[in-house]
Ligand binder design. Structure first.
Ligand SMILES: Cc1cc2nc3c(=O)[nH]c(=O)nc-3n(C[C@H](O)[C@H](O)[C@H](O)COP(=O)(O)O)c2cc1C
Length: 336
């Protein structure tokens, strides 16, 4: 067995696949085609439930099952108003792995997931939370740094990995995410004790990914420094940091915050209305970019590894490339 696969053994045993690379759930992107392609290529696809209704999730899981007989997971957002129904749908389909994203799991949700028989994976952005999750019976953790695309925390992947892997990797399988573009980085996290890795940005330009051509072109053109985190300009108007490629929308968001802050100062709106205006600015924006191809006004969520996305490739090619690079690094050779 090669060394990278050997180091991934704990991750592959846990996921039930050949290569411990998860394609992190990406709303509108991680649907039946990309998810089944990942799993068919020996890695691990995860459906992004996002704001889907239970009926839509039911269909998406069924359609994914038609395309692969390999294991895949479902990512559920903790704030979803129908979270419990979504968990039931996963149970009905005997989904093997559920990933909970977006903050602390509401009361009863961990127990409900475990009752379906699924393994539960949670995001642990800090050590205290990781330990709490381990105590609550969570089966694996993802630690994701601020280089990642989409909603991000404040700490870099390399720092999280150094802080957390030595302390928790022996207790629970840990998957490292954020900013991974090449196999050498995968090799280094495996050597530090990770069970595997999770990538998102690198898979957006897969042939099997349904993202609009314009969205893919923006990724191929984008450099690391173009994938910037959204900035909050007024302490009264909270902005959840999201990493995305700069475009007209990101510029207008800054202007919008300034406009709303001025309205607040002038007493033209109250605090609640002002905060809602900010919150609603990006509503539907990811879909606008991913599905409709509006790369000017939509949200181009992307991680800093976007600079390493240089062409459209098949999922199998991307995985093979990453694994060759990881293997060469572990053998002390230089990859092509
Ligand atoms: C376009 C896009 C959409 C995303 N949507 C979600 C999501 O709906 N739920 C989630 O948990 N993570 C989401 N993520 C994060 C990914 O699952 C993954 O953890 C992240 O992309 C890994 O970092 P990387 O982009 O540096 O590879 C998204 C990322 C991107 C790029």
């Amino acid at each position: 067995m090669n060394k990278a696969k050997h180091l991934m053994q704990r991750g592959t045993d846990f996921l039930g696949c050949e290569t411990a690379i998860l394609c992190g759930a990406m709303s509108w992107i991680s649907e039946r085609h990309l998810v089944s392609a990942m799993s068919n290529a020996g890695a691990f696809g995860v459906i992004a439930c996002g704001a889907m209704t239970p009926e839509l999730l039911d269909t998406e899981i069924a359609e994914t099952k038609k395309r692969t007989d390999k294991p895949f997971g479902v990512n559920l957002i903790t704030m979803h108003p129908d979270l419990m129904k979504l968990i039931d749908i996963c149970g009905k389909h005997e989904v093997g792995h559920i990933v909970l994203a977006g903050g602390l799991p509401p009361k009863g949700s961990i127990e409900a997931i475990k009752e379906t028989g699924a393994k539960l994976i949670c995001f642990a952005p800090a050590m205290a939370l990781a330990k709490k999750f381990i105590r609550s019976g969570v089966d694996a953790l993802v630690i994701e740094g601020m280089e990642a695309g989409g909603h991000i925390g404040p700490v870099a992947t390399g720092v999280l990995a150094q802080e957390m892997l030595p302390q928790i990797a022996q207790d629970i399988p840990v998957f490292v995410a954020g900013g991974i573009g090449r196999g050498e980085a995968i090799a280094s996290y495996l050597e530090m004790g990770a069970a595997g890795v999770q990538l998102g940005t690198r898979f957006v330009c897969a042939h099997e990914c349904i993202a609009h051509e314009n969205f893919k072109k923006a990724f191929i053109k984008g450099n690391a420094r173009d994938a910037v985190a959204s900035v909050q300009i007024d302490p009264r108007l909270p902005v959840i940091p999201v990493r995305a490629l700069k475009n007209k929308g990101t510029e207008e968001f800054t202007a919008k915050q300034r406009e709303v802050a001025n309205m607040l100062d002038a007493g033209e709106v109250d605090m609640q209305a002002a905060q809602l205006e900010i919150e609603h600015f990006w509503a539907g924006a990811l879909k606008r970019a991913v599905i409709d191809g509006d790369v000017e006004n939509g949200s181009l969520m992307a991680g800093q590894s976007v600079g390493m996305v240089t062409e459209e490739q098949s999922v199998a090619e991307i995985i093979a490339e990453l694994m060759q690079q990881a293997e060469a690094a572990l053998a002390g050779q230089k990859a092509a």
